[in-house]
Design a protein around this ligand. Structure first.
Ligand SMILES: *[C@@H]1O[C@H](CO)[C@@H](O)[C@H](O)[C@H]1NC(C)=O
Ligand SMILES: *[C@@H]1O[C@H](CO)[C@@H](O)[C@H](O)[C@H]1NC(C)=O
Length: 258
């Protein structure tokens, strides 16, 4: 989002508009978690020896994501730099007429893609803490919810590029010397605002309570139940989403002057 500029389709991201987008993306991520948590772990979805897809090596999730990205690339999804594919190798070009998306980011932004890190983290660390163990056979449905959630998480983390550019434009003099000195630590410090991070962590917990509450008209139902544990949502943000977003911000800034 941002401010539309004249007749050209140029969005002017600001730190405020970029933050507003992150707030909106929280809803998508929380709903994604709720949707995925409808199914148990369903481990065959992630097991290469289970999947027996002709002419394909990989898991059922690999298969679904790779082929979906091919279709979405043709439909033009990745012409918007807010989107980053998980399998960027050999993606076909868009067949759609080109929409003149904003050149807001420095061209080096296209080189930053940490989806391989996100993918591994998601399967190895994240899934086990918010889905029940077990197997109900709904592997294709499970993979479909994984895909939406992975895309939402990836978009959030890579949005760090837009945040970083907006911050840089607000105070280039503060950032330039640190970028030239390649001082990652000082850059991280400069772009970290702890009070904002604490607010995000609190807000997503509250949103998970509101959006994930089981609703019942039966007055005999006692106590409140949540579809996804709200403290898992705040933990996820605190431990992974916020730090990884900031890593993207630092990576982006380091090549900002190239
Ligand atoms: C973008 O927004 C900033 C801050 O509001 C403003 O100073 C700048 O002129 C805008 N740039 C364009 C291209 O509209
Ligand atoms: C993957 O599936 C194979 C065959 O079904 C099974 O033997 C193996 O234990 C599974 N691996 C994991 C990590 O679950």
């Amino acid at each position: 989002g941002g401010v539309q500029n004249g007749g050209k389709a140029e969005y002017n991201y600001t730190v405020d508009s970029a933050r507003a987008s992150l707030v909106r993306q929280e809803d998508t991520i929380i709903f994604g978690l709720i949707e995925r948590a409808r199914f148990p772990l369903n481990s065959p979805t992630y097991n290469q020896s289970y999947a027996s897809i002709p002419q394909f090596r990989g898991t059922l999730l690999d298969f679904l994501v790779r082929d979906t990205e091919v279709i979405q690339a043709k439909a033009g999804r990745y012409t918007n730099l807010e989107e980053n594919p998980f399998f960027p190798e050999n993606l076909p070009p868009s067949v759609e007429p080109h929409y003149p998306f904003s050149q807001f980011l420095h061209p080096s932004a296209a080189m930053i893609n940490i989806n391989n890190v996100i993918w591994k983290l998601y399967i190895d660390e994240l899934l086990p803490i918010f889905v029940a163990s077990g197997d109900d056979g709904n592997y294709a449905q499970t993979a479909a919810t994984d895909l939406s959630l992975l895309q939402a998480i990836s978009r959030r983390i890579h949005y760090g590029k837009f945040i970083a550019e907006a911050k840089f434009r607000e105070s280039p003099k503060g950032y330039e010397p640190l970028i030239r000195a390649k001082d990652k630590e000082a850059l991280m410090k400069l772009l970290t605002i702890e009070s904002v991070e604490e607010m995000v962590v609190k807000r997503v917990k509250k949103k998970a309570m509101v959006l994930g509450q089981e609703v019942s008209l039966d007055r005999n139902v006692k106590g409140i139940k949540y579809k996804v544990d709200p403290s898992v949502v705040s933990f996820l943000y605190q431990k992974w989403l916020i730090p990884l977003t900031k890593n993207v911000e630092v990576e982006y800034l380091l090549s900002r002057l190239d």
